[in-house]
Each structure stands twice: as structure tokens, then as C-alpha cells.
Design a protein around this ligand. Structure first.
Ligand code: PMP
Length: 356
């Protein structure tokens, strides 16, 4: 820490990203990436001619991408804002809508970045505990006095809320902003997009990192009322107007237009999740009901740490959170069928060794 760092950041605890190993011979199931890769249309669009245009700044409006997203969701263009990953969109939301006096409610077990944003943007964080079975209880979010953010499905549990439950939260918080983080929405839960017609207190945040297989491109977006989107763009144009680079704009535009590939790959992941869950349960694991591209599971025999470390030694990386009440669980990204079979085989070996 230098002597120049602002006092307020001295105690800031940054987000810890999942490991991004530099070696290739690993089965990487730790950061919820999509194993199928970007749409072939993306690969075709990022060609030499496009790369040779990198001396030019990108379109600060990212107009073609904004139009493609708006068209896909049946919204107006002025209801869409794009950012450098949904992380940046979330950060802009904090900058736009929170200050030292305002409160901010979020599930205590959820995406770790929410707390970090609350800290860096100096707003009052109010973590709300999950139920004993690790669910978000919608009743806990009724009639509050601050901004609410809920990941639906939640991470790392994968459990989704029903649309009626979210509507109850929106309805009872008409004077509060409700942000629904739909990073994993395409793997089985229902999106709140239809509620945008009715609720001007709703902001939806989504990403191209998961269901559209573009984590390396860093593209996220927000959907909301024209006024909310205008506010977010006010921040974006005051901070980093060229936040999306030329190639990412192009990649995301092609990805959103290739619906056939999107449907095919997301269905494959849902099917793999179903069969993998059954097989893991057959090995005595408790697996939370997931609507995401990962499962949150715990073994009856191995502690979370033992299982995580055992898999790591066998070159398989999953995610483990050394935090109560979830320290016995690991989060396993749904990869290709063969990745999941390799993980199951490694799990059987670890269980056998433990039983000896
Ligand atoms: N929200 C949730 C719930 C997430 O798990 C993640 C990914 N770690 C993000 C947002 C951020 O995703 P990205 O910045 O890649 O769009």
C-alpha cells in the first residue's frame, strides 16, 4: 500500500476472482464458462479486416450491438445499455444510484462482488441471510428502504425465484430500485424482461459471458426504463465512453443474432446438468436444484475443502468458498459430458480412498 492511497480504500477487500490457470491440461469447471465456445458466426466476423481496424476507436454508442439486443428482447433501443462485462454495468449502477446515505440489500450468500461494490462506492450494505435450505426468501425483500439486488438464479446456489415472487418484491418496493442480475437466466429460470412494461423500478443486468460463451470478450448489458438507461449512460459517458472494444461489439452482435446456436448449446448444458446431477446424487451428494450452468453440491463423506483439494490434485478445478454456511459445498461448472464423466470418476476414487 502506498502512502498515496485514499484513506477510504485502506480497508477495501477486493473481489477474489476464480483461478485462471496458465496451463492447458486441466479440466476447468471453476468460473462458469461455457464449454462450447462462441457461435461460428462470431469466429467468422472477427477477421483480418476487422482486426486491421483496431487503430480506430470503437462506436461509443455500440449502436449495432444495442440494436441487436433490443430487437432480441422486443425492447426499444433506449432501454438497453452495454458495458465491459456485467461487472462494469453493476459498478455503473452503484455509481448512478447509491451514495453514503442510501441502503443496499442483497442476499448474504450471493455474487461476492455485491459487497465489494457496496464498499468501494461507500453505500450501506445490508446483507440478508438465506433460509436454512439456502434459498432467497422473497418475503425478506418486501417493503424495504433501499436498493435491492438479487441474482436470479442466485449464485453460487443456482436456485431461482419464481416470477411471481420477484413481482411481489417489485410491487412492494415501488419507490426503490430493484436490480435483478440475470447472469445465469438462460439455463432454466424465467427472465423478468416482461415486467419492464409494468415496473419502472426494475433494472435487469445480463451478460454474454455464460450462455453466449463470450467471457473473454467482456460484454454485459442492462435493460430498464428509458430514464434508468439514460442515467447509466450518463455515468458511462463520464467515465469510459469507449468501454466496449471494436471486436467485443462485433462478437456480441453476432452471438445475439445466432439464436439457433444459442438454443442448441444452452439446451446441451441443461441436459448435461440433469444427468450429472443424478449421477452425483447417486454417489451420496446433496445437490441443490440448479437453474444455472453450475451445480452447488456437498458430499456426505468429504468436506468441501477435501473434495476441492482432491479434485485439484487430479487436475480438475472447481470453486470452493471458505465461508459458513457453505464451506461444505463446492460449485461445479457444467462442462462437456466428458468433463463431467472425468469429474465423476475422480469423485469415485476420492470417495473410495476416504472409505479405506
Ligand atoms: N453476476 C453474477 C451473479 C456472476 O456470477 C457473474 C460472473 N462471475 C457476473 C455477474 C459478472 O459477469 P461478467 O462480468 O463476466 O458479465
Amino acid at each position: 500500500m502506498s502512502r498515496f492511497l485514499k484513506k477510504q480504500y485502506e480497508s477495501l477487500e477486493p473481489y477474489t476472482p476464480g483461478e485462471q490457470p496458465k496451463v492447458d491440461n486441466l479440466i476447468k469447471l471453476n468460473t462458469n464458462e461455457n464449454p462450447y465456445g462462441p457461435s461460428p458466426r462470431v469466429l467468422k466476423a472477427i477477421n483480418q479486416a476487422q482486426v486491421s481496424k483496431l487503430m480506430l476507436y470503437p462506436d461509443p454508442e455500440a449502436a449495432e450491438l444495442v440494436s441487436a439486443i433490443a430487437e432480441y428482447y422486443g425492447l426499444d433501443r433506449d432501454q438497453v445499455m452495454v458495458g465491459n462485462g456485467s461487472d462494469e454495468v453493476l459498478a455503473f449502477s452503484f455509481m448512478a444510484f447509491q451514495n453514503e446515505e442510501s441502503k443496499f440489500y442483497f442476499p448474504e450468500i450471493s455474487y461476492g462482488f455485491y459487497k465489494v461494490y457496496a464498499d468501494i462506492f461507500q453505500t450501506r450494505a445490508n446483507p440478508v441471510p438465506l433460509t436454512e435450505d439456502l434459498r432467497v426468501n422473497p418475503e425478506d425483500y418486501k417493503n424495504l428502504d433501499g436498493t435491492i439486488i438479487i441474482a436470479n438464479p442466485n449464485a453460487p446456489t443456482g436456485i431461482a425465484l419464481e416470477l411471481e415472487e420477484i413481482e411481489g418484491i417489485l410491487e412492494s418496493n415501488r419507490s426503490n430500485l430493484v436490480i435483478i442480475d440475470e447472469a445465469y437466466i438462460d439455463f432454466g429460470a424465467k427472465s423478468c424482461v416482461p415486467f419492464l412494461q409494468k415496473y419502472d423500478n426494475l433494472l435487469i443486468v445480463q451478460t454474454f459471458s455464460k450462455s453466449r460463451s463470450l467471457a473473454g470478450s467482456r460484454v454485459g448489458f442492462a435493460l430498464g426504463s428509458k430514464a434508468l438507461i439514460e442515467d447509466l449512460n450518463r455515468i458511462k459517458f463520464s467515465f469510459n465512453p469507449y468501454n466496449l472494444n471494436r471486436l467485443s461489439i462485433l462478437a456480441a452482435k453476432e452471438a445475439v443474432r445466432d439464436d439457433a446456436y444459442f438454443q442448441e448449446t444452452r439446451k446441451k448444458i441443461i441436459n448435461t446438468r440433469r444427468s450429472f446431477t443424478e449421477k452425483l446424487e447417486a454417489l451420496g451428494f446433496t445437490v441443490l436444484p440448479s437453474s444455472a450452468n453450475f451445480v452447488f453440491a456437498k458430499s456426505g463423506q468429504l468436506s468441501g475443502k477435501e473434495y476441492f483439494t482432491g479434485l485439484r490434485k487430479k487436475n480438475i478445478i472447481v470453486r470452493h468458498f471458505e465461508k459458513e454456511p457453505i464451506s461444505d459445498f463446492v460449485r461445479i461448472t457444467i462442462g462437456r459430458d466428458e468433463d463431467m464423466e472425468a469429474l465423476l470418476e475422480a469423485t469415485r476414487e476420492l470417495l473410495e480412498r476416504k472409505a479405506k
